[in-house]
Design a protein around this ligand. Structure first.
Ligand code: MLC
Ligand code: AMP
Length: 453
């Protein structure tokens, strides 16, 4: 599965560099072997997924042992950690990168679950998305083809290692293609500029911050390919990057549940505001009303998840009666060349902020746990830096906005905190008692419906 660790591409002392520390493939394989020995026989195991060699060793160790890895967001508060550990049944293990052990005889087969990634729906706590080794391998091979990604590349990114983008593409992708990996610790413009890579990954917030620092952007002109994903890349950022780096960034589209399914191609005709065409093996369709061109994007293919852990009801609800996965994204397909355009989200309750997917219901429940909060409604408001920023409308007495922000940051995750709290006398509701969020948004109207471009 991780071809580079078989010795196929040789080895080097700095094959993997994470937040300033380096390891050869041999060292990584030894450290991962020690993790594999520790977790053998467990139903699943969890490690706090900091940006570190330890997290890389954990992900590899899980594959070596055939035991699913559950990465815990390092900024998660006690409520979120407890939910993930309880829901997954994972044992939490410490990782010491200095330890070494031989890889066990049994490795994950294509049908074995390799990762359980927790992600939010519109309501309720996050669900565990089960991804098999086979789905991950199929996706990485399709992407390697689309991006001409090979052992000649040095991949650079600084994305979190508890989601698909940073962990599956950004770590397992490097280890399958044999490209050298430089993880910058944090995805700052300075760090991207200094890394000297050929292939760069970023979420739109990262690209827009790079475009705002022309001297650092210019340092990427020597790269081969810049790739954006996890949220819509605004057209002005695309144009700024082209002007400053000489590269038209390739955009690709994906989800935790489906992995990356649609992408622009290296050397292809990429246009701002579009995410390219389906990867080999993926079929897409638009579920549009008669006469309409836009509708929900639905898809099938070998990269799809095997279900939400312990939630057959939610898994079934994610598919149409004829077996297509419902993405919840609204899209259009160019009839001439099949190029896909993501227009927005079907639900106002699914927020994308800085590339993180955040369910409004989860934040509302956290706010309602605060003794001073009587009512809460959470929306995503357009934001030049984050794409959308989380704004909480609350009915409360005797508490300040920063106190509520800190409360959510401490209980759930720092990255799920509202960036703004607006106190209101009442939440407008319809006859069924459901919050009328479009009314709350008022001047910020286009917000949650996702008219991002
Ligand atoms: C601020 N901080 C607080 C706080 N307020 N901490 C505690 N309580 C509070 N009230 C601190 C934080 O601890 C942190 O400190 C610092 O402020 C910055 O916080 P942040 O929110 O992390 O920073 P921000 O600048 O907003 O981050 C932008 C970003 C980040 C782009 C770096 O959003 C990011 O990494 N996004 C990537 C998300 C991603 O990978 N998505 C992919 C999903 S997979 P300190 O010390 O830590 O700096 C997917 C599939 C696909 O979508 O298609 O790819
Ligand atoms: P997640 O499950 O965190 O991976 O988030 C998946 C969601 O991110 C998708 O359903 C889309 O809404 C969004 N997304 C990912 N890539 C893109 C893209 N290139 N353009 C627009 N939205 C995207």
């Amino acid at each position: 599965m991780l071809t580079a660790l078989d010795g196929t591409y040789g080895d080097r002392a700095d094959a993997v560099r994470v937040a300033g520390r380096t390891a050869s493939y041999e060292e990584l394989l030894g450290a991962a072997g020690a993790v594999a020995a520790d977790v053998a026989g467990a139903p699943a195991f969890a490690v706090t997924a900091t940006a570190s060699l330890e997290t890389v060793a954990a992900a590899v160790g899980g594959l070596l042992a055939g035991v699913p890895f559950v990465p815990l967001p390092p900024d998660a508060g006690p409520a979120e950690r407890e939910h993930v550990l309880r829901d997954s049944g994972a044992v939490e293990v410490p990782v010491d990168f200095a330890r070494r052990a031989a890889a066990p005889a049994r490795a994950a087969g294509p049908g074995d679950p390799a990762l359980v990634l927790y992600t939010s729906g519109t309501t309720g706590p996050p669900k565990g998305v089960v991804l098999t080794a086979g789905a991950i391998a199929a996706d990485l091979d399709a992407l390697a083809g689309a991006w001409q990604w090979s052992a000649e590349d040095t991949l650079v990114h600084g994305l979190p290692l508890f989601h698909v983008h940073g962990l599956v593409l950004g770590v397992l992708g490097a280890l399958r293609t044999g490209s050298r990996l430089v993880h910058t610790g944090r995805p700052t413009p300075q760090a991207y500029a200094a890394a000297g890579g050929s292939l760069y990954f970023g979420v739109p917030t990262v690209w827009s911050r790079i475009a705002a620092e022309p001297e650092h952007a210019a340092a990427l002109s020597g790269a081969r390919l810049l790739v954006s994903g996890s949220a819509a890349l605004p057209a002005p950022v695309f144009r700024d990057l082209e002007r400053l780096t000489g590269h038209r960034p390739v955009e690709r589209y994906g989800m935790t549940e489906t992995l990356i399914t649609v992408s622009g191609r290296a050397g292809g005709d990429v246009r701002p505001g579009t995410v390219g065409t389906p990867l080999p093996g993926i079929r897409t369709r638009i579920a549009a009303e008669p006469g309409a061109e836009i509708g929900e994007l639905q898809l099938t293919g070998p990269t799809l998840f095997s279900g939400y852990l312990g939630r057959p009801d939610a898994t079934a609800a994610a598919y149409t009666a004829d077996g297509w996965f419902r993405t919840g994204d609204i899209a259009a397909v160019d009839p001439e060349d099949g190029v896909h355009r993501i227009v927005g989200r079907a639900s106002i309750d699914m927020i994308k902020s800085g590339g993180y997917r955040i369910g409004a219901g989860e934040i509302e429940n956290a706010l309602l746990d605060h003794p001073k909060v009587a009512e809460a409604a959470v929306v995503g408001v357009p934001d030049a830096d984050l794409g959308q920023r989380i704004v909480a409308f609350v009915v409360a007495d005797g508490v300040t906005g920063p106190e509520l922000t800190d409360f959510v940051a401490a209980h759930l995750s720092v990255h799920k905190r509202p960036r703004e709290v607006r106190f209101v006398p009442a939440i407008p509701r319809n006859a069924m008692g459901k919050p009328q969020k479009k009314l709350l948004l008022g001047g910020d109207a286009a917000a949650g419906s996702g008219e991002a471009r």
